[in-house]
Design a protein around this ligand. Structure first.
Ligand code: XMP
Length: 315
């Protein structure tokens, strides 16, 4: 049986021995990276620099929320706007694995620059077990390269520290609760962020669309759960599909984009069942998306596939 308190004590003392100089961590504001930042900051204090990289793919209002959270956590942090760099690198790229690798590599380059300035020797990552299991360990096939595993360039100078390497998601949440981190109940969000929720090229225009649709999905499902209409799914978001279809707006023919809603129940992300969302809630989401985004989107579909055979994210 996993004991979060014991894990924290053992990990903090191990980290204290392991890290002799300065370290850097990129915190996305998600559970994994925030737990890793707090664990390492408990071990080495100001010798850890936490950076938040604005890659241009974060959710609505996320930049401000993360700034607030990091301030409250009292960690030594810096915010870096690298969005232009990420969008430029992804221009014309449509293959999901290539997108993931480019994003992972860009992240590392940004870290390396900050690490050099801070004179850090270590790079801390919030990698957890499903990340490396699914990235292929020589025995299993690579299903997808999770950005904090697949993107590591071979010539990287920093020594990598992964304090939660063997933990599963539910265990990370237990640790977060024990550390009194507010994000402990937040739904998981992938490292490559909204870039992998735009199927095909992740350009600014399409990312803005999926950002809006994700905000509507989150808003409506959280409201429905608060009203007791349903239990909040384990993970829930929108995906922009590279598929246009014919619709009608007033008396006119429309040719618009398609948004897929994805909501799943899971324990650790390794397997998942699609959520049986009440029709009235799906209805509300569909109406809001097609009304509030009517210039671009005229069709909304619901993904009714389990994992396996599908994965949770579409890319
Ligand atoms: P999949 O799509 O592989 O996702 O079924 C399983 C869980 O992992 C999240 N995910 C990621 N998390 N880096 C992460 O830290 C990544 O590159 C990544 N890709 C997927 C996904 O949102 C789901 O919760």
């Amino acid at each position: 049986m996993f004991n979060a308190e014991m894990f924290i004590d053992e990990t903090v003392s191990k980290l204290r021995e392991e890290i002799s100089g300065k370290a850097i961590i990129a915190c996305s504001g998600g559970v994994d990276s925030t737990v890793a930042a707090v664990l390492v900051s408990r071990a080495i204090g100001e010798r850890l620099l936490t950076i938040y990289v604005n890659n241009g793919f974060m959710r609505k209002g996320e930049d401000e929320e993360v700034r607030k959270m990091l301030t409250e956590l009292g960690v030594n942090f810096q915010i870096i706007d690298a969005s232009e760099e990420f969008y430029t690198a992804l221009q014309g790229v449509t293959d999901p694995e290539t997108k993931r690798k480019i994003i992972g590599e860009k992240f590392i380059r940004v870290f390396e620059r900050s690490a050099k300035e801070f004179q850090a020797e270590y790079l801390v990552q919030g990698t957890i077990a499903p990340d490396w299991i699914e990235s292929g360990d020589g025995v299993r096939d690579t299903i997808k390269s999770h950005h904090n595993v697949g993107g590591l360039p071979e010539d990287m100078q920093l020594k990598v520290i992964e304090p939660m390497y063997d933990l599963y998601k539910d265990e990370v949440r237990e640790v977060a609760r024990a550390l009194k981190i507010k994000v402990s109940e937040r739904q998981p969000f992938p490292g490559p962020a909204l870039a992998i929720r735009v199927i095909g090229e992740a350009n600014r225009k399409d990312v803005a669309l999926v950002r809006e649709a994700c905000a509507i999905v989150e808003d409506e499902l959280e409201k429905a759960a608060a009203d007791g209409k349903m239990v909040l799914p384990w993970q829930y978001f929108a995906v922009l599909l590279p598929c246009q279809s014919v619709g009608v707006q007033g008396d006119n023919r429309a040719y618009g984009k398609t948004i897929a809603i994805r909501a799943v129940e899971s324990l650790d992300g390794m397997s998942a069942a699609y959520s049986k969302i009440p029709y009235e809630v799906l209805d509300k989401i569909s109406m809001r998306i097609t009304r509030e985004m009517k210039q671009s989107v005229n069709r909304v579909v619901y993904d009714v596939t389990n994992k396996p055979p599908a994965t949770i994210e579409w890319e």
